[in-house]
Design a protein around this ligand. Structure first.
Ligand code: GUN
Length: 294
């Protein structure tokens, strides 16, 4: 039987419906969530991400401000702006769209955001809290993947989750989240990476397989156990002359072949992608409530 498709659009829309109610409830108590976005330069992918974040905020009634800076802005100016936003109660969340131009130190910039407004969950303080299983803003894509599992009836508790990829924004935080002795977690987690000798040996053992390496269609059907749940985090452009734009988007897994073998699978596009902005909105609302109740 072909795999059931876990639609990121549907799960995202369900969560956004819940968030909209929560925003109304907070506003009735005088708590106004707000997101400040800093965009440096005009990279088309970054502009498109920032636009979807602004649109998401508008739909939910969250205050949003995008500050657009030219690509030659100094690091100091960016750091000064962050400092101002850290102290501005209009913003419960601050996000600097990455990547930044080479002359700006990304680590310095990420570290300048006060941890309580770090809605990306990238600050080292929040990474530490996450590893310890303490409350913190969860990195949005990893949190989105966890929500897709839970809301499709695939609780990772007691399961063997194999994560392919060890990035700081997906693989590592997802491993840290799913290994906690907590609800929606408590899994046995294996991380497969470029240093792994025989990746298929591990992926074939996965009850839940997460592909987050950024390599187009690298996970093939022979690497997947019959009945596994497959979460594809990859978004890759591959050439396709039959398309108007000359390319199409594919994930990190061979979708057609694997959907004949898996029990559940996430598509690309329309899978984990739409969840990332949704979980950013979630973090913005959460941080407004936490800051107000401090
Ligand atoms: N650039 C691509 N993805 C992201 C993200 O999740 N957060 C930020 N800040 N920049 C990004």
């Amino acid at each position: 039987m072909p795999a059931q498709v876990i639609s990121g659009k549907e799960v995202a829309s369900e969560i956004r419906g819940e968030l909209k109610k929560k925003v109304e409830e907070l506003k009735s108590k005088g708590i106004h969530p707000g997101l400040g976005v800093i965009l440096v330069g005009e990279d088309p992918a970054s502009v498109s991400y920032v636009t979807s974040k602004a649109k998401g905020c508008e739909e939910l009634g969250i205050y949003e401000e995008t500050i657009r800076l030219s690509a030659d802005v100094s690091e100091e100016e960016v750091l000064n702006l962050i400092e101002k936003m850290n102290n501005d109660s209009k913003f419960s969340g601050i996000l600097v769209q990455l990547p930044l131009p080479d002359h700006i130190d990304e680590e310095k910039v990420v570290n300048a955001i006060t941890p309580e407004k770090d809605v990306d969950g990238f600050h080292p303080v929040n990474q530490g809290l996450l590893l310890r299983g303490e409350k913190c803003p969860l990195p949005c894509t990893a949190h989105g993947a966890q929500q897709m599992l839970m809301r499709s009836g695939n609780d990772p508790a007691g399961k063997h989750v194999v994560i392919c990829g060890r990035s700081n924004i997906v693989g590592k935080p997802l491993a840290a989240m799913l290994m906690q002795k907590k609800e929606a977690a408590n899994a046995t987690v294996t991380v497969v990476h470029t240093g792994t000798k025989d990746p298929a040996h591990f992926t074939k053992q996965a009850d839940i397989l997460v592909a987050a390496m950024g390599k187009p269609q690298a996970i093939t059907a022979d690497m997947v156990k019959e009945g596994a749940v497959v979460i594809d985090v990859g978004v890759n452009r591959i050439e396709d002359p039959s398309k108007k734009k000359g390319f199409r988007l594919v994930g990190d897994v061979d979708y057609d072949a694997i959907s004949e073998k898996a029990s559940y699978i996430t598509p690309v596009p329309g899978g984990v992608g739409p969840m990332t902005v949704t979980m950013l909105l979630y973090n913005t609302v959460e941080s407004a409530e936490l800051i107000a109740n401090k």
